[in-house]
Structures are given as structure tokens and as C-alpha cells.
Design a binder for this molecule. Structure first.
Ligand code: PAF
Length: 283
């Protein structure tokens, strides 16, 4: 597996492969990889001839009181994991390599309106601007044919899809299903912050998503009541819910009776760790 830290050597290597007609896939990550990320690489390898994973803890998507400094940096272990699933290359730039020397506050920002609002966009102001900006930069640096993202961050996936559409970026996006631990807990780099009892508490998130989906599938369309009940269940387990919302899977607007494709989005704090999860289904 090739390792690149500077954009020039990455781009030289990619140019040669592109000239040889290879299809390039990008898997953007912030490192501290787990089985969910490896699934993205496996999917990318099926879709393309040359897969580049990026490892970059993007400061622009963290709020001032968030875990940027604490976010685990585990590059050597990540590279071993990527190698184990035959990823072709990893790009692990520094902040200066991605953003140059000027302060982040003076950067050009990509803002995707509407779909960035609400849910994580409300709780983490500026987060999706940071995500869209760095993903746009990575797209420009790698110029992939395909980019693969996990669907755990479903709002993020829709934000990036909207950006690709609005900016006419010639990239096909693929969303990969959430990988879960045996308990049902969605895999996340932030699960590493949890002790065993918190992990056990956190199972309530997926259980409540499943229970709410079952209620809707059996004909209960009182979404407000279902959301309130879910918030109560999650709180009773000792979590601090941020939101639990039944939405249109296309627009993320609150679900209405005519919607067929639904997503239930949730976020909650377990101790100081903020976890997100979702479930998508057709009624
Ligand atoms: O989902 C993530 O890990 C990040 O938000 C991403 C897409 C790599 C951008 O930094």
C-alpha cells in the first residue's frame, strides 16, 4: 500500500493511474478505523481499480467545545488495517497541507443550505460547512470517479450528495450500510470513549429505533407521539437525547403521511460522548 502525506506525490501517482484508464475510488475518513470503515474500503475496491483512503482529522468540522484535541490519532494501526483489506493507497496530510498557512477563519467555505439545517446541523453549528469544505477539497485533490461514505452519518451523506449535484462534480457517490456491534450499537470511532457499562446503556439507541420503526410499520403514524416516547425511553436509560426524529429520507423534513421513504434519525450523549444512529425503511 502506498502512503502519501503531501498532495503533489499523491497527485503524481494518481495521474499516472488515471492515464492508464484506472477508475479511482476515494474513501474519506478521520482515522481511528474500525470494521465499518473497512467495509467502505471493501465496497470501494469492488467499484474501482484503485482505492485511496484518506485519514485527516478535519479541524473545520469541530466546534470550539468539541473533541478535536482528544480525537484518537492512530495512523500506524489504521495503515495496518487498510493494508489488511488491500487498500491501494492512503493519503494522510497535515492541516497545513489541506488548508495552507492562512487561518481557518479565512478559508473559502462550502455551505450546502437546507439539508445542513436541523438535527446535527443545529446541535453542531458550522459542522456541515466544515464537512462539505473538506470533502470538496479531497475531491479536488484526488479527483475520484467514485466516493464511498458510511450511512451512519446519513445527514452528512445527503449534504455531500447535494453538494455533488449543485456543484456538478463528476463523482458517483456510494453509501454503505451501517456496521453494528453484536449488541446493535452502530460502530463509531467515538465508541472508544465508552466504558463497558456506557456501551451497554448505548444499546437503547438502536433498540428504540427498531421499536419505533415497528410501530410505524404496524400503522401508527402519530410521529410526534412516537418521538416523545422514544426520547423518554432513551432518557430513562441514562442517556441525554439530543434529537429523535421521524423524517422523509429524501428531504429530512418531518415525516408526513404521504412519505414512503422514511428515516428515523437520533443523537444522544452517553456521558460526554455524542453518538448518532439512524434506520431507513419504506412504508
Ligand atoms: O465521516 C467522517 O469521518 C468525516 O466527516 C469525513 C467525511 C471524513 C470528513 O472529514
Amino acid at each position: 500500500m502506498h502512503r502519501f502525506a503531501d498532495r503533489q506525490s499523491l497527485q503524481d501517482a494518481l495521474l499516472e493511474r488515471r492515464h492508464n484508464g484506472l477508475r479511482i475510488a476515494l474513501v474519506p475518513t478521520m482515522g481511528n478505523l474500525h470494521a465499518g470503515h473497512l467495509q467502505l474500503v471493501k465496497q470501494a475496491r469492488e467499484l474501482a481499480d484503485y482505492t485511496v483512503a484518506t485519514i485527516f482529522v478535519n479541524p473545520l468540522q469541530f466546534g470550539p467545545d468539541e473533541d478535536l484535541d482528544a480525537y484518537p490519532r492512530t495512523l500506524d494501526n489504521d495503515c495496518q488495517l487498510l493494508h489488511s483489506v488491500q487498500c491501494d493507497a492512503v493519503f494522510h496530510p497535515t492541516v497545513a497541507e489541506v488548508y495552507g498557512e492562512s487561518p481557518l477563519s479565512e478559508q473559502t467555505i462550502v455551505h450546502v443550505p437546507s439539508i445542513s439545517d436541523g438535527y446535527c446541523g443545529t446541535s453542531r453549528p458550522g459542522h456541515f460547512d466544515g464537512v462539505a469544505t473538506v470533502v470538496c477539497k479531497l475531491f479536488n485533490l484526488v479527483m475520484p470517479d467514485i466516493a464511498v461514505f458510511g450511512l451512519k452519518d446519513y445527514q452528512q451523506f445527503l449534504v455531500i450528495s447535494q453538494m455533488v449535484k449543485d456543484l456538478c462534480l463528476p463523482i458517483t457517490l456510494h453509501g454503505v450500510e451501517i456496521v453494528r456491534e453484536n449488541s446493535g450499537l452502530a460502530m463509531s470511532s467515538r465508541n472508544g470513549y465508552l466504558d463497558e457499562s456506557q456501551k451497554s446503556q448505548a444499546r437503547v439507541l438502536y433498540q428504540t429505533l427498531i421499536e419505533t420503526r415497528a410501530q410505524i410499520e404496524s400503522g401508527n403514524s402519530n410521529f410526534n407521539e412516537l418521538e416523545a416516547k422514544a426520547i423518554e425511553t432513551i432518557s430513562n436509560k441514562g442517556l441525554r437525547p439530543d434529537y429523535f426524529a421521524v423524517c422523509s429520507a429524501q428531504t429530512l423534513k418531518p415525516a408526513c403521511l404521504s412519505d414512503r421513504q422514511l428515516v428515523i434519525l437520533t443523537a444522544a450523549f452517553v456521558g460526554n460522548s455524542r453518538l448518532i444512529d439512524n434506520i431507513r425503511f419504506t412504508v
